[in-house]
Ligand binder design. Structure first.
Ligand SMILES: NC(=O)C1=CN([C@@H]2O[C@H](COP(=O)(O)OP(=O)(O)OC[C@H]3O[C@@H](n4cnc5c(N)ncnc54)[C@H](O)[C@@H]3O)[C@@H](O)[C@H]2O)[C@@H](O)CC1
Ligand SMILES: [K+]
Length: 505
């Protein structure tokens, strides 16, 4: 008997898998349509490039390989330049790492590390510095570690009247704020040198450091917003998928929790949800949000408020069985105290909730995550898809939204279409998230996702919050699948959120 029972379960799981593979086929079709409709970015910000770099690694491409390729393509560009001297200025980040690789391929010249070896930030840069030190003992590569610009006065003297190549591997996409010393003085010195020595050729790696007047910049994969006109783009082995797949690079780009912050600075989330029929949904969303946000409020009807005596939440009660028009003003007033509202979990679908959602959104002008029943009751005719909204539909809700993919530029809101793969898109971006498994189709996991995205959205922008929410939710589900098989609950999922954040912090 048991045997038959087990094989029956096996057959059912196969059917689900079969269906989901078929459905996933349609997901990939939709994904490809979106990739066509949403113009690919020609130019990326340094922050976007850092996410692409990290997600290339998430897809299995080691950074040290990319660094090797980067150094090689820069070397290829300068190897035929006639020069008596080569000076490679290197920072302590991966831009400097590229410089070490350039020096190795050149096989000659002076490497000036601006900082101490112990301050080199990453494994891949450290490894390349070690190789240089091994070579420096025997070959004609010289290495110098400096703290202040005066230590390279002799080099600037020498370069006054020499045919020379200067490589700027000081700072790349990791630049933050105004250029600090000693980089500032070094950049000014090189710019002055260029004025008196016409035989000085300055090459910047990836990005010009500060206002360095490089003769040539070789930038990797895509032009950066901060590149100068004369930058040329070179491939270094980063696949396009690194720009389309959600990975740990997105998580690394989230606003970091500020340890010195006081209550509320790390996000305040108001869950507006629940009804006489469903009281669990807003609680799941609230519990998920409270794993990340400082302050979580729940605005709901009597039944939910009476059932909930959880000290973690600030409760706001409205009379009645469902949210309705008469509650809109009060909800708008409470929402003023929060960064983001999560709307719809457990609302129920009826005229009352329909009236509440449409009237509330008409007057509410801040951030909102719109989930579940709220998605189902919005009147989408001439609906303004504000950039302040993140929608989290599953397939049927997505169909109900009836998004016109031919007018994708109108869709300023971010949409998370949940499925075997989640597709996250808006007018300017599209990404696909592969974390997660069939265990996540249970009721309640959508409420967890909505609360999670709400907490991230409180202090980050919509698209990265949606991508990271989908990734974290799915990854938590994957950890649970390993531990418990498919039988994990939404509460298990919520408890796993901190573990996922810890893995990728
Ligand atoms: N991440 C990757 O996968 C790859 C990165 N590559 C290179 O790595 C670079 C990015 O490396 P990182 O993210 O490590 O950062 P960077 O090496 O661009 O810069 C970070 C370093 O510069 C310092 N710095 C930042 N802003 C400064 C300022 N305003 N004044 C003074 N110092 C400042 C930082 O303290 C840090 O030491 C890219 O531009 C590219 O050249 C390449 O190796 C290709 C692969
Ligand atoms: K540079």
């Amino acid at each position: 008997m048991l045997k038959h029972y087990i094989c029956l379960i096996y057959i059912i799981i196969n059917i689900v898998e079969e269906f989901s593979i078929k459905f996933c086929g349609e997901i990939m079709e939709l994904f490809n349509i979106l990739k066509e409709k949403i113009k690919e970015k020609e130019v990326v910000t340094p922050k976007e490039m850092a996410i692409i770099d990290d997600n290339a690694e998430f897809l299995g491409i080691p950074k040290i390989l990319l660094m090797e390729n980067a150094g090689k393509v820069v070397y290829e560009e300068i190897k035929d330049i006639e020069a008596e001297e080569y000076v490679i200025f290197c920072g302590t980040g991966n831009n400097g790492g590229d410089g070490f690789v350039v020096a190795r391929h050149l096989g000659k010249g002076e490497v000036v590390l601006i900082g101490k070896e112990g301050e080199i930030k990453t494994y891949e840069a450290r490894e390349n510095f070690k190789i240089l030190k091994n070579l420096a003992e025997f070959g004609n590569i010289k290495i110098r570690e400096i703290r202040i610009a005066e230590e390279v006065e002799d080099i600037f003297e020498r370069l006054k009247d020499k045919k020379a190549v200067v490589v700027d591997a000081m700072i790349g996409t990791g630049v933050k704020g105004e250029l600090r010393e000693p980089f500032k003085t070094i950049v000014n010195k090189i710019n002055e040198l260029k004025k008196i020595n016409k035989d000085l050729f300055v090459v910047s790696v990836d990005v010009e450091t500060g206002n360095l007047e490089s003769d040539l910049t070789i930038t990797f994969y895509k032009r950066k917003t901060i590149n100068k006109e004369n930058a040329i783009v070179k491939e270094i082995g980063i696949p396009k998928e690194a720009e389309y797949v959600v990975g740990w690079g997105d998580l690394k780009a989230l606003r970091k929790r500020d340890s010195r912050s006081h209550k509320g600075q790390n996000g305040k989330v108001l869950i507006i949800g629940g009804s006489r029929d469903f009281f669990g949904a807003p609680i799941l969303a609230g519990l998920a949000a409270s794993k990340i946000a400082d302050l979580v409020g729940i605005l709901s009807v009597d039944d939910v408020v009476d059932k909930l005596n959880n000290p973690e939440f600030i409760m706001y009660r409205v009379e009645g069985d469902y949210l309705s028009s008469k509650h809109v003003d009060y909800a708008l007033d409470v929402a003023k105290k929060y960064d983001v509202v999560v709307l719809g979990n457990g609302f129920g679908v009826n005229d009352e909730t329909k009236a509440f959602v449409n009237e509330f959104l008409l007057k509410y002008d801040k951030k909102a995550v719109i989930d579940a029943d709220a998605i189902k009751v919005i009147d989408y005719n001439n609906f303004k898809f504000s950039e302040n909204y993140v929608f989290t539909p599953h397939r049927k809700e997505f169909e109900y939204m009836n998004i016109d993919l031919n007018n994708i530029e109108e869709i300023k809101s971010t949409i998370v279409l949940k499925g075997k793969y989640d597709i996250i898109f808006n007018a300017n971006n599209v990404k696909i998230n592969k974390t997660g498994n069939a265990g996540l189709t249970k009721g309640g996991t959508g409420d967890v996702l909505a609360g999670l995205i709400g907490a991230l959205f409180a202090v980050n922008d919509a698209f990265i919050s949606a991508c990271c929410g989908a990734f974290i939710n799915g990854y938590a589900g994957d950890l649970l699948l390993k531990e418990k098989g498919y039988c994990f609950t939404p509460l298990d999922l919520i408890e796993k959120i901190p573990n996922v954040l810890k893995i990728f912090e």
